[in-house]
Design a binder for this molecule. Structure first.
Ligand SMILES: Nc1ncnc2c1ncn2[C@@H]1O[C@H](COP(=O)(O)OP(=O)(O)OP(=O)(O)O)[C@@H](O)[C@H]1O
Ligand SMILES: [Mg+2]
Length: 327
């Protein structure tokens, strides 16, 4: 939850031990659903020990990434520049750059192994099952076409709706991503809108065909801190209302702290630490995670941490004292 104070500072409550929204249980569990939790909804994204090779330079760039996502869950991937966060996402989306390939491990989207999917099968899957938003939303929109027409076109292609129905759906989506005056925004060109509004439009487009998984790769990095917090709130809201599962990638631990249940910390292609977000945040075990947190403290992680609601919880101040003991 984000609150903006009158002085402009933003407070974000770290979702400590908040259970994921329980979406409707599927009728048949997917092959990767855990046997020990028969009532748990099926896994929508299963990434198992994925390794990615740069085939030209004969180097293994990503060395063993694993995580599972069920409806309404959110996993964060943090780590320094070049650690392999985006390549991992691109592998999941089937859009690795040329010369890169998944050399080992497996990726299943909604119970379907993506290895060997054909181009038409990928076209079906992207947008309708898995979708993504990246940094720099303006570069994903055509500057000479009004944004409403661009969303409407995606809806027509993906959902097969006729133009009028697709326009109605586009307006609903603009409302769902908390854009005030959606009718007005619909008729505007990208250059008339702010970065935060453009990112909302990209999110609206990404969720237009009702995907089960949304990957947000540095989706808020270019935005100022208040707008960033609002966009993260929007993702959390979509997750709770629709059961959308999220992969949130950022170099910024505070960003994943706001939205994610679980976090993976990557360094030089390896996952050096993985765990419940609150555990990793308050009890980091790996030296590199401790360093990341120390950097955040320096730049004011306090701003992102609000007092927890549980009166028995020692609270971030106490937890930070514990952290101080770590360094
Ligand atoms: N298209 C590409 N061509 C060549 N090398 C690439 C390409 N994309 C990524 N790499 C290399 O693969 C490694 C991992 O890159 P990746 O983009 O996954 O990092 P990242 O963790 O997302 O970093 P950042 O935080 O800067 O976005 C880097 O060493 C990078 O130079
Ligand atoms: Mg990246």
């Amino acid at each position: 939850m984000t609150t903006t104070r009158p002085d402009g500072t933003v407070t974000v409550t770290v979702p400590v031990a908040r259970p994921a929204a329980p979406p409707a249980a599927p009728s048949a569990p997917a092959p990767s659903a855990r046997a020990d939790s028969p009532a748990a909804p099926a896994v929508v994204l299963a990434v198992c020990d994925v390794r990615i090779r740069d085939e030209v330079n004969d180097r293994e760039i990503v060395r063993g990434v694993s995580f599972d996502l069920r409806p309404g869950q959110a996993v964060g991937i943090v780590g320094e520049s070049g650690s392999g966060k985006t390549l991992t996402c691109r592998a999941i989306l089937g859009i690795l750059p040329e010369h890169f390939a998944v050399s080992d491990g497996s990726i299943e989207i909604a119970g379907r192994d993506i290895a060997g999917l054909t181009t038409p099968q990928w076209t079906d899957l992207r947008g309708s099952t898995i979708s993504a938003v990246f940094q720099d939303p303006a570069s994903y929109l055509n500057p000479s076409i009004k944004v409403g027409a661009q969303i409407t076109e995606v809806i027509q292609v993906k959902s097969g709706l006729r133009r009028r129905a697709a326009r109605r759906r586009a307006l609903e989506l603009l409302t769902a991503v908390h854009l005030r005056e959606p009718e007005l925004v619909y008729d505007q060109y990208p250059h008339e809108l702010s970065g935060g509004m453009l990112q909302r439009i990209l999110i609206a487009t990404a969720i237009a065909a009702g995907p089960q998984v949304l990957i947000a790769d540095e989706a808020t990095t270019a935005l100022d801190v208040t707008v960033q917090a609002e966009i993260l709130d929007l993702l959390a809201d979509l997750r709770e209302r629709t059961g959308l599962a999220l992969v949130v990638v950022s170099h910024d631990l505070a960003v994943v702290a706001q939205v994610c249940d679980e976090v993976l910390v990557m360094r030089e292609g390896e996952v050096v630490e993985r765990g419940a977000t609150a555990d990793v945040l308050y009890h980091p075990r790996h030296e590199y995670t401790q360093l990341l947190i120390a950097e955040h403290e320096q730049y004011g992680l306090d701003r992102y941490l609000d007092a927890p609601n549980d009166p028995n919880d020692p609270g971030p101040a106490e937890q930070r004292k514990e952290l101080d003991g770590v360094h």
